[in-house]
Design a protein around this ligand. Sequence first.
Ligand SMILES: Cc1cc2nc3c(=O)[nH]c(=O)nc-3n(C[C@H](O)[C@H](O)[C@H](O)COP(=O)(O)O)c2cc1C
Length: 357
Amino acid sequence: MWSDNSFSQKVGIKYPIIQAGMAGGITSPELVASVSNAGGLGSIGAGYMTLKDLQDTIQKVKSLTKETFSVNLFTPEVVTVDQAKVDQANEWLSHFRHDLNITETPEVKTVTDDNFKQQIDLIIEENIKICSFTFGIPDQDIIDKLKSKGILLIGTATTVDEAIKNEEKGIDIIVMQGSEAGGHRGSFLDSHQTSMIGTMALIPQVVDQVNIPVIAAGGITDGRGLVAALALGAEGVQMGTAFVTSLESGSPDIAKQAILKSHEVSTVVTSTFSGKPARGLNNLFIEQMSKYEDALPQYPIQNTLTQPIRKSAAKEKRIEYMSLWCGQNLRTLNSKSASDIIKDTVAQADKVLGQIK
Ligand SMILES: Cc1cc2nc3c(=O)[nH]c(=O)nc-3n(C[C@H](O)[C@H](O)[C@H](O)COP(=O)(O)O)c2cc1C
């Protein structure tokens, strides 16, 4: 049976399908539980969550499913604040704030990894079985701490070298993020430009070089993509965009509708919203801010500066100023429940494999 492999066994799930942890309120407890209850691996996107939010979300997911789920975190980047860059960026952003009647200008004084460290402790306290990371590999003491508690670790890589580094550090499973993928790029060794490798080219090269299970991510929304990933040597898939438009997703309706109406040429990779490259629908904010891209503060500083704009734009239904993260495979999306997306993906994979035989 295609679904029974070392990845699904290690994680203890029926189908080797991960619902990507997607920070920013998309992975509602209902979404995570719906995926896990249908036999996939639901993931809480905890990247931006306060400790209290994460604790509440974990409790809610636990009340909705007895199955395994994971928590996804951002490996912290403790950068120093360049005040001149912050002031300049705030000036460039001021007309968006003005347009949205935002009167306060955000300040960023320091960037710390305090919240991340507390999230790690909470994951241990809450007896979470699986923890995944993007934006690089956590420090060795964090890895050792989690592994000593028997927690399975999933890393993110965009090149073969990044996958090898994850394996060397003791990461158990590696998600390979192809250039088609929606959301932030997980690249951490080379520039994002040189690390934009399509899923089809990335997977076979990685499986030849590492011994840990490889999970394919980027452009996979259905059973055809799942079978293709397995054929390339992956042991499973991680789907993000496919769940953004699902019934249980916490994405605002206006964003879901815009994504459902879009297609393969609608997205761009931009650092304008957060200071880190991410793929999403092109819009006026990106068009107007792109010219400053190289001069903007690094992630997570720029992310903090644009946060009130993104929040207010979502509230006011001003799609032109929202970050609308999604990947390149858009025409195949639907607004079904997450459990139906898992069921349909599995049924289609069975069908495609039957045809190949
Ligand atoms: C809206 C959105 C938010 C995302 N946020 C995260 C995140 O918080 N952590 C993470 O590891 N990956 C995140 N990703 C990337 C996914 O893990 C994955 O690489 C990507 O969704 C795969 O490509 P696809 O979108 O074509 O399925 C996000 C993706 C999307 C679409």
